[in-house]
Design a protein around this ligand. Structure first.
Ligand SMILES: C[S@@+](CC[C@H](N)C(=O)[O-])C[C@H]1O[C@@H](n2cnc3c(N)ncnc32)[C@H](O)[C@@H]1O
Length: 372
């Protein structure tokens, strides 16, 4: 349809057509479309900068007294042994994305880059960025996935190879969320909780709890080929001797009934589909002692999906690359938790964009009466 050179006078918006009094009509800007198109390039600018060591090199300069932290593109190109004009284009792109400081032709880390994009940053996402979208090829075939109802190359065919780098990359963020969750969950007030961490990845939840409770112990579960990550991270955090590692499928491994004070389902449900999630919630319920608590972390969709854009897009990421990945609605999870017998549900956000349901297995009324 041909556009009018004077869009505010478009015939399609005259009162006779729209049934409303005449109002100036401005066509919407194309900015949201451009934002999406350039999103692809922006992502790869960041991945390239990380691969070339841009942020770590700038960080190293900042750590040496006497060396100015700001650098020109040719100086940095020499240090990184790359083409200066190409690097300058990359650095300018990072600057317009808000991921680098550019003043008077010199570049330096800004606070965002120092915190999230250096390997040693306080909340480093440096190893997460390259793996976070899942296999990139699956995005190119998204329309086919939506037609067929499953991806052509699902990660389910080789989960260990996919999850190993992913859980390495998410570990720092999840450990921050798990540690900060204590402000509201107060697991540190427990004396010697027994923890069951299913699909633990690098075991950020178990580690946070074991560090806060010196007498706590944990069963750490993940698939063969991924559980090695937890063996390493728990050793690095000095809690490995209080962990028992139980490799295998969390749907079928043996779990002692009514033996645990805390059960964790950390970001495992949204790849499981509704049936798998309900089965995991039921397993957690069975594993918990009366008054034990389930911690279920995920990217929950709000009642109106547009209220939770991050969760909606994380669900899309899962659907693009897994067979059972699905958008996990906050209200739906609450119903499943209650159906399984949990009560005292709380939904908290320990750090930005990270959500956690806590739910309690009720006290066994029969036992209480007998003990009275
Ligand atoms: C997104 S990661 C979450 C890791 C960790 N719980 C966290 O919160 O950061 C999902 C984890 O579930 C594990 N996983 C997936 N399917 C599994 C299964 N059937 N049995 C056990 N672990 C599984 C993966 O290997 C991966 O470590």
């Amino acid at each position: 349809m041909a556009d009018s050179p004077y869009p505010e006078l478009k015939k399609s918006h005259v009162p006779e057509r729209v049934g409303r009094p005449y109002a100036d009509y401005k066509p919407p800007p194309s900015a949201p479309v451009w934002a999406v198109i350039s999103g692809f390039g922006s992502y790869h600018v960041l991945v390239a900068a990380l691969e070339l060591g841009v942020f770590d090199t700038l960080s190293d300069r900042g750590a040496h007294p006497g060396i100015p932290p700001e650098v020109t593109a040719p100086e940095l190109a020499q240090e990184l042994e790359v083409s200066a004009p190409h690097l300058e284009a990359l650095l300018d792109s990072l600057a317009v994305l808000g991921l680098l400081e550019r003043v008077g032709g010199r570049y330096a880390l800004n606070d965002t880059a120092a915190r999230y994009l250096t390997t040693d940053g306080a909340a480093s996402m440096a190893s997460l960025v390259p793996v976070a979208p899942g296999p990139l090829g699956n995005w190119s075939h998204l329309a086919d996935t939506i037609r067929a109802g499953r991806p052509a190359d699902p990660i389910d065919d080789n989960p260990a190879d996919f999850y190993r780098p992913l859980v390495e990359g998410t570990f720092a963020t999840m450990l921050r969320a798990a540690t900060r969750a204590d402000l509201q969950v107060r697991y540190s007030a427990m004396t010697a909780p027994k923890v069951l961490d299913l699909g633990a990845g690098g075991a950020p939840w178990a580690i946070a709890i074991l560090k806060a409770c010196p007498a706590a112990t944990a069963i750490v579960n993940d698939l063969d080929g991924v559980i090695e990550v937890a063996r390493r991270t728990t050793a690095e955090h000095g809690v490995a001797e209080r962990c028992q590692f139980r490799p295998g499928d969390f749907h079928t491994i043996e779990i002692e009934p009514e033996a645990y004070d805390i059960a964790v389902l950390g970001h495992v449900c949204r790849t499981e589909g509704p049936d798998g999630t309900r089965r995991l919630i039921a397993r957690a319920h069975e594993a918990l002692r009366p008054e034990g608590r389930l911690l279920l972390a995920d990217y929950f969709i709000a009642p109106e999906p547009q209220w939770s854009p991050h969760s909606v897009l994380m669900a899309m990421t899962m659907m693009a690359s897994t067979v059972h990945g699905f958008p996990i609605a906050a209200a739906q999870v609450a119903t499943w938790l209650q159906d399984a017998g949990f009560e005292s549900l709380r939904l908290i956000e320990p750090i930005g964009h990270q959500y956690l349901y806590t739910a309690t297995k009720p006290r066994n009324l029969q036992q209480t009466k007998e003990g009275e």
